[in-house]
Structures are given as structure tokens and as C-alpha cells.
Design a protein around this ligand. Structure first.
Ligand SMILES: [Zn+2]
Length: 317
């Protein structure tokens, strides 16, 4: 018997290899992944000896999905069932949830007999105590959006919500899931801020934008979450629910410590799906305080601004 992967990413890569081989031989659409079919194939393909079924049920809107062992407590091999919430209108969200539950089956079924997963489990990635939920999300993300393919889609395109929305369509996932995937590998300094009624719910940054996300996730002295800044485009343009290309604004409106003259590009979508507003902020590379030139005279701000352009640091339009 060949050794099987253990972690979420190796498992996703193994399944992608199988799906690529099948696609090379039989053709058809490689994406989006038909997760339901894949789940039914997994026990025999990997000889787990533990069958798994999939069933949709109309349930409470906060509930996304579950995996549980019908043989729990019987000491025998597992007999597993995945339940997903049929009342969720978004096929992308259901696909992600099914992949998440498959991740629990492959990576965690030896540890627990039951996994009940809520919207918070499949969307919030920030909580270190929810390691198994984060791993199931990681598995789902790598299975549905393999990085080499995602990178090929983005190529050298200037990032905007049309480009990322095209990826969401290709992989059959929500725009949020596609943006989180992009943030995982991009070298661009960027941060996604999710807010509800102008209050930050959570933020996630790219590698070079992680401090921006930490700033946004930091709670205020009163324990409340921060509010998004009053002067940002999301607040000023709240009458329209989408800005896919983005608006250039002074970076200091969001992040007071950024240098004068720096602008960021703020894109925005109001998501009915999660009753939240997403603001995607794309920034020029960081300029350390000791590398900044203090304005010498009246033209100082303009000089700083010119310097950004000269250094090729102007944000991509
Ligand atoms: Zn879960």
C-alpha cells in the first residue's frame, strides 16, 4: 500500500494530480471541480475502507455543513455522511463547504467522529484555536483553486474585481474565496477588509500586507471592533454597491502611518451572500519611515508623489 498524504495541502495536491490525469485522458471541463462526485469516489480510489455519502438538507442559514460517523462508538470502521445546507442560494458556497467537509474526512476523521461547520468556520481563517477548521479551508482552497492554474489566470493582469471575479467564475467559488486565494500568493501589498454596517468584521492581508490586516483586526480600547474610516471610498460611495476597478485615495485615510503622497486603490462590493461589504485595498510597496524624504518646501508633497512614479511604485490601474 502506498503511503498517503497527511496534511491538507498534500492531500489536495494528490487529488489534483488524479483530476489532472483523468482530464488529460477523458477531456471535459477541468473546472469547476465536481466535489460531490469526487467525494463519492474517494473511499475506493484511496482504499480507505470507510464509505461516505452526501446529502443536502434545508437548514438554518448559519449552518454550512457537517461530517459525521454513522458508526460512531461501535469500534468498527467508519461509515460517514456529509450533510450540506441546501437552503444556501450560492452554488459556490456549497461547493466550498463540500470541499471543506471532504478535507475533514481525509485529514481529521481519525481524530473526531463529528464535525459541525458554520459560516464562521468556512469563512474566518484568523482564529488559531480553530486549527482543524483552518486546515479544512486550506484543503478546500487548494483543491478548488490549484495555485499554478490560478497564477496562470492572473498572469500579469492588473488586479481588479473583474479579474478576480473571472477566477471565482472559473473555479465556481465565491468572490471572497477567490480573493483570499490571491492574497495567499501575491507579492502585491494588499488587504481585504470585510465590514458590516461600517464596522470591521475581519481583515486579511497578503504576505507584504499582513501588518495592514493586523491594524484593521485590532480591537479598540473599549473592546469593540474598529469602524472603517469615514473618508474612505466605501463610506463616501455607499450609495452604489460596487466599484470593481477601484478608486484612488490617499493611503493615510486607511493607514495613518503611510507616507504623504502615497495613494491606494480601493475596490468594493456589497455582498448579499454574507450581508457584508468587502473592500479590497491595493497599495504600492512599503516605504520605511527612514527611507522617506521630509517635504522641504511647498512642493514637498508633489516631490514625494513624483518620486513614487519615478520609482515605478505607482499602484497599477
Ligand atoms: Zn469544518
Amino acid at each position: 500500500m502506498t503511503t498517503q498524504p497527511t496534511g491538507p495541502v498534500p492531500w489536495a495536491n494528490r487529488l489534483n494530480k488524479v483530476l489532472n490525469q483523468f482530464h488529460d485522458v477523458h477531456g471535459g471541463d477541468r473546472f469547476p471541480v465536481n466535489v460531490e462526485n469526487l467525494i463519492l469516489e474517494v473511499p475506493s480510489a484511496f482504499q480507505t475502507g470507510e464509505p461516505v455519502t452526501v446529502q443536502g438538507q434545508a437548514m438554518d442559514p448559519e449552518f454550512e455543513g457537517a461530517l459525521f460517523n454513522l458508526n460512531a462508538g461501535q469500534g468498527s470502521k467508519g461509515n460517514w455522511a456529509i450533510i450540506y445546507n441546501r437552503a444556501i442560494a450560492s452554488p459556490g458556497r456549497i461547493r466550498f463547504t463540500l470541499a471543506h467537509e471532504l478535507g475533514h474526512y481525509l485529514v481529521h476523521r481519525h481524530l473526531h467522529g463529528e464535525f459541525n461547520c458554520s459560516e464562521a468556520d468556512t469563512l474566518h481563517w484568523e482564529s488559531p484555536e480553530r486549527q482543524m477548521e483552518n486546515q479544512a479551508n486550506e484543503f478546500a482552497s487548494y483543491l478548488l483553486m490549484p495555485r499554478p492554474d490560478f497564477e496562470a489566470q492572473i498572469n500579469s493582469a492588473a488586479i481588479n474585481l473583474d479579474v478576480l471575479g473571472g477566477c471565482a467564475d472559473r473555479y465556481g467559488v465565491s468572490l471572497t474565496a477567490a480573493i483570499l486565494k490571491w492574497l495567499e500568493f501575491t507579492s502585491t501589498r494588499a488587504v481585504l477588509v470585510m465590514s458590516r454596517n461600517s464596522q470591521v468584521q475581519w481583515a486579511r492581508g497578503s504576505e507584504s500586507g499582513k501588518w495592514l490586516a493586523i491594524t484593521m483586526n485590532k480591537k479598540q480600547a473599549d473592546g469593540q471592533r474598529k469602524r472603517i474610516p469615514p473618508g474612505c471610498a466605501t463610506e463616501l460611495q455607499s450609495g452604489s454597491n460596487v466599484d470593481r476597478q477601484g478608486t484612488e485615495i490617499d493611503a493615510r485615510i486607511w493607514f495613518a502611518n503611510e507616507p504623504s503622497g502615497m495613494t491606494l486603490r480601493e475596490m468594493r462590493v456589497i455582498s448579499d451572500q454574507y450581508r457584508q461589504t468587502m473592500s479590497l485595498l491595493v497599495m504600492p510597496p512599503e516605504v520605511k519611515p527612514w527611507d522617506r524624504e521630509e517635504p522641504q518646501d511647498d512642493e514637498g508633497v508633489e516631490n514625494t508623489y513624483d518620486r513614487f512614479i519615478r520609482n515605478g511604485q505607482y499602484p497599477v490601474r
